[in-house]
Ligand binder design. Sequence first.
Ligand code: AMP
Ligand code: TRP
Length: 336
Amino acid sequence: MRIFSGIQPTGRKHLGNYLGAIRQYVAGQDRGESIYCIVDLHAITVPYEPSELSRTVLDTTAVLMAAGLDPQRCILFRQSDVKEHTELCWLLTSVTAYGELGRMHQFKEKSAQQRDFISAGLFTYPILQAADILAYQTDEVPVGEDQKQHLELARDIAQRFNARYGLTFTVPQHRIPEVAARVMDLQAPEKKMSTTGGTELGTVLVLDEPNEIRRKFTTAVTDSGRDIVRREDKPGISNLIEILAAARGIGPEEVEKEYSDAPGYAGFKRDVGEAVVGLLAPVRERYVQIRSDEETLEETLARGAERARRIASETLKQGRQRMGIGSGPSRAVPSS
Ligand code: AMP
Ligand code: TRP
């Protein structure tokens, strides 16, 4: 089975990324052939600092390796190093409906955040994402809840291409975790945790120091009651229950049971903080060491790109041929 996922380049990865996605990438290494890509070409669809981009790619590479990705057991690479992604993206634009793109939640959200310029790249972003996935004949894509719609679009694109040009792409499935698929901001639990749209105090970074993590959990917004249960009118507590369950690897109902006699929220919030410190502190420690060796990081990405290219170029060759692009068997002039 082939597993693929992509992640935006930034050193500011947060607990939502970690529980919703990164942990499933690590687990993927034991479940199949795993391929992970740092999507710098997606990052340029919103305003960004060119002089920082290559550094943030290395930050993300180091976070992923610190979290447990092992380049011996997976392919880890930078999207822009494998040009097949951009070419396939263009081919797929012809089987993507304009109307579908306009319905994407992420486009609506991100375009609303732009003050004076909405790039066309932000609009076509999901086609590049589909190209990332389809280039590797991917069976399964580990992602958080927020990517579900993009994955459905990638499936539609694959199916439409296959129907129009003949079977070419594997139709991918998303893999969304049962708990913590959508980690919410600790200060504004109606919003998902995010480094762009969230609050500073409500966003726990993978690289936060332990005391910073503790502080963010003790100050997390709850409600005026005392019950530690998941309920629609208790978004803050519900979020903390999910986080603790995911951190301990148990079900949320077990957390509710354990805290059914709790006298209030203070001890519970402290426990959630400690569980998260236990999860992230070792990642932070490994990160410092891994990030300091840029040469090895660059080598890892270069080797990953080479391996990725071998797979992607094969898919692209088939796609081009089916579409009648370039000189291929379908364009051969019949000899007389
Ligand atoms: P990004 O940093 O936007 O590239 O996201 C990387 C991965 O983290 C994607 O699979 C997202 O679905 C996932 N993710 C992002 N935010 C959250 C969140 N608040 N809760 C759970 N998963 C998330
Ligand atoms: N759009 C994804 C996000 O914002 C990142 C991404 C790019 C991705 N290409 C991908 C995720 C391919 C899964 C598969 O998180």
